[in-house]
Design a protein around this ligand. Structure first.
Ligand code: GLU
Length: 471
């Protein structure tokens, strides 16, 4: 399906209301808009819908920007503030008035309430029909008025939606919506359309909770004779149990995902798959997502959060990411989780350990746990399980190992040869000497291979840790 708007350069937008943090659903909407624009050489714009002064806060705006930055969703141009455009919104309402597609309504709140009460009593639709719609301006009182757009009275409005298909709304269900209140302030419904038009938005990709708004917003497009954008209303995200997302489903803000140790690369991959698919592809890069993403791949059924899948993708992304970038991610994670930053020494150790810990770490936290051996300082305190491997006989073996290590050239082969020599001399398998070594070097039973650890720790630190337990 294509519409004229689809042929102009693509402009998408993300238009959050700044009433809290960047929600996981919002992040997915932003991602879809970003992918769509980036894959077509288009623009991805950001508009903060801050017209509801009572609920919008600057802190929330900042939190949303921070969330988008972490997600790597860069926007084009300046952030647009909807409230800053209020004068333009009002001007458009007056333009509709001049065109005759809108009218001044002098009905008071009391009159409207009385109308509704009567309609209800008579079992009619309570949609307000203003008596001023077709009134003669000569009869207008000198009183405050709202500007209402004239809704079509017959027929139906069809939203040609790229996800939902054609959605038909009977026009009898539409009322003459207020565009400008009697105090001169524009309504949200008007503001969205004017801003989208003025920003040159060609594709409106947003949650399907806005589908009903689309029918009403179409009235403004029609009243102004503006081109209607391509609509794509995407199903909302549900929890693992299939129910609407709520706090009990766990992390809702993207900042929480950062603090849980998920990398932004994995988040983009995971969120892209939340409601969109490209064949059977599960694991992909940003470049692939950008070139593959299309509205046709968006499903009609609500997607479900699946933390296991996110953890799995995290493992694949950490393994596939260049070491320096992983470390940058780790530093962001530590800051987000309120943990101390890495010292210079820890940073260097982590860099050296990277080849041995990068595989199968399902979060940055797991990665750091694997790297724990090179982040801690002597003396290494063995946990209860590991301590069992440090019996007097084993300690003796570690002591025997020391001169061999002193002579080793610190290649993996030489370290293995040294351990094998001592194991053979004691008539035991290599595994039996690995356990006390692990305990001495890391104080844990689950660690990278003992030889990998020795390579990362270096000769002096390795010998010092062995001495600590065998002296
Ligand atoms: N501000 C709306 C929201 O946060 C989005 C409006 C739109 O995308 O048109 O849900």
């Amino acid at each position: 399906m294509s519409t004229p708007a689809a042929q102009s350069p693509v402009v998408t937008r993300f238009a959050p209301s700044p009433t809290g943090f960047l929600h996981i659903g919002g992040a997915r909407t932003a991602l879809f808009n970003w992918l769509y624009a980036r894959g077509r050489g288009g623009k991805f714009l950001l508009r903060i819908e801050d017209t509801d002064h009572a609920r919008s806060t600057p802190e929330a705006t900042e939190a949303i920007l921070t969330g988008l930055r972490w997600m790597g969703l860069d926007w084009d141009g300046d952030v647009v503030s909807q409230s800053a455009n209020a004068a333009r919104h009002a001007a458009v309402a007056h333009e509709m008035l001049a065109k005759g597609t809108a009218y001044k309504c002098f009905s008071t709140q009391d009159e409207i309430a009385a109308f509704r009460e009567q309609a209800q009593a008579e079992g009619r639709s309570t949609l307000f029909h203003s008596p001023w719609r077709d009134s003669d301006p000569a009869d207008h009182p000198n009183a405050p008025y709202a500007i209402r757009v004239k809704a079509p009275k017959t027929g139906a409005t069809v939203i040609r939606d790229r996800v939902q298909g054609d959605v038909t709304i009977q026009n009898t269900q539409l009322d003459d919506m207020i565009c400008l209140r009697s105090d001169g302030t524009p309504t949200y419904m008007l503001a969205v359309v004017v801003d989208d038009h003025d920003m040159g938005v060609t594709h409106v990709i947003r949650g399907d909770d806005h589908l009903n708004n689309a029918a009403r917003q179409m009235m403004v497009y029609e009243a102004m004779g503006w081109e209607v954008p391509v609509w794509a209303h995407i199903p909302l995200i549900h929890g693992e149990d299939g129910k609407k997302l709520s706090k009990r489903h766990g992390a809702l803000g993207v900042h929480e995902y950062q603090a849980l140790g998920y990398p932004d690369t994995a988040m983009r991959n995971y969120l892209a798959r939340l409601g969109w698919s490209h064949g059977d592809d599960e694991f992909f890069t940003d470049d692939q997502a950008i070139s593959w993403f299309d509205l046709d791949g968006i499903g009609k059924a609500p997607a479900r959060l699946d933390f296991k899948k996110l953890a799995h993708l995290t493992g694949l992304h950490i393994a596939a990411t260049e070491d320096g970038a992983v470390l940058k991610g780790v530093q962001g994670y530590l800051a987000a989780a309120g943990q101390p930053t890495l010292t210079e020494g820890q940073y260097a150790a982590l860099m050296a350990a990277m080849p041995f810990i990068k595989e199968r770490a399902k979060s940055y936290g797991e990665l750091l746990e694997k790297a724990r051996f090179c982040l801690i300082e002597r003396p290494v305190i063995a946990d209860e399980k590991a301590a069992k491997a440090l019996d007097p006989v084993s300690r003796g073996m570690l002591k025997d190992l020391t001169p061999h290590l002193l002579n080793a050239n610190w290649s993996r082969d030489s370290l293995e040869a040294a351990a094998t020599t001592v194991a053979e001399a004691n008539d035991i398998g290599l595994g039996k000497i690995a356990a006390p070594l692990r305990a001495a070097l890391a104080g844990r039973t689950a660690t990278p291979s003992v030889f990998d650890m020795m390579l990362v720790l270096g000769r002096d630190e390795t010998l010092a840790r062995l001495k600590d337990v065998s002296a």
